[in-house]
Design a protein around this ligand. Sequence first.
Ligand code: PLP
Length: 429
Amino acid sequence: MSEAETVDLAEADAPHLVTEIPGPRARAHIERDARVTSPSLPRAYPFVPRRGAGSVVEDVDGNRFLDLNAGIAVTSTGHAHPKVVEAIQRQAAELIHYSASDFYLPIYAEVCEALDRIAPMSGPVRSFLTNSGTEAVEAALKLARYHTGRQYAIAFYGAFHGRSYGAVTLGASKAKYRAGFGPMLPGVYHAFYGDFDHIERVLFTHLVSPREVAAIFVEPVLGEGGYVVPPEGWLRYLRELCDEHGILLVADEVQSGMGRTGKLWAIQHFGVEPDVLLSAKGIASGMPLGAMVAREELMTWEAGAHGSTYGGNPLACAAALATIELVEGGLAENAAQVGAVLLDGLRGIRERHPDLVADVRGLGLMIGVELPDHDAAAAVERAAFSRGLLVLGCGENAIRMSPPLVFREDQAKVALEVFEEAIAEVEAR
Ligand code: PLP
């Protein structure tokens, strides 16, 4: 797509539908896909994107959708931001790959320097770059065990940390993510998210000595588990618990980080510093990159203990540097402003449809709308899709809104109108 086309699509009216949804090309593609792809892929609805710009995505039939998914909270700077595209193209022409694990890549260290500057920890940090959020989680679990010499970890019901054995064991959002794969990794306990009592009264009393716990893994705002903002003081309570027992606090900001909540990191809303920060998704606007960022003194592992062929690939690093500049240069602030408009509008919808909209919550452009049950959430998701609005279910009965951070106020107003129509349609059934 040329730069002119990118600008045009980003500014174009959306939703704008020219066929039935899904259209004939989308249906043909889905048939083809169904013959050759892994049936494990959890497709939400029959959306087949072809190109995107800003917060607008066009499908293979030429229908324009307003995108409140951002490719699942990934395209933070919007689809095909010209500065990100330019950075990737420039880097591709120079050097597509050299393994930063075995040799020295200047751009890898540049990303680590940028992370050192923006990390929500006051002292120096070091970073290990990965290809995904899952790998960042895995790296943190390994570092926590290695550094502390302790075997156990604590995570939370409702959490999602990825799909590898370590990450899926830490997660506890849906039983189907574990079904057929057991046994899980030994040594992981779960507590209730937002609960001030369970860890000490149940886990530390009956199941595990705090002296043997290496780390507590927490999403500062619960993502896949329902876009839940924790109660006031809870993250501070976890920080104090960790300090008391020498446990590492690992903030999984794969979904909530990189400006999504209106601050660079969600944990900054709560006045707490983690020991380890995990980032991915929005960090490189869609190029595969993750980061495990740890306080310098924790990185005691020796050469060869951990590495990756592709992690911190130059193209992903180039996209990350451009993304960080844009997010710091105003997009996090935009997320706070436009997020407030969206949240306010959704609260109005809740007042007008109290039987269907049970709760509205969020920070910045990370907003959850709770419905009475799973079927209602799925019906609203589908009704929004058929009107050209992309939103996605999460948790048992919620809808998540995580648009690109370039989302505009006028687009938020259109999204609210279309979302209310979808709510009204489901309510009338
Ligand atoms: N951690 C959190 C909080 C996530 O939301 C996700 C993905 O949704 C992951 C980790 C896993 O990231 P990835 O899918 O990039 O492996």
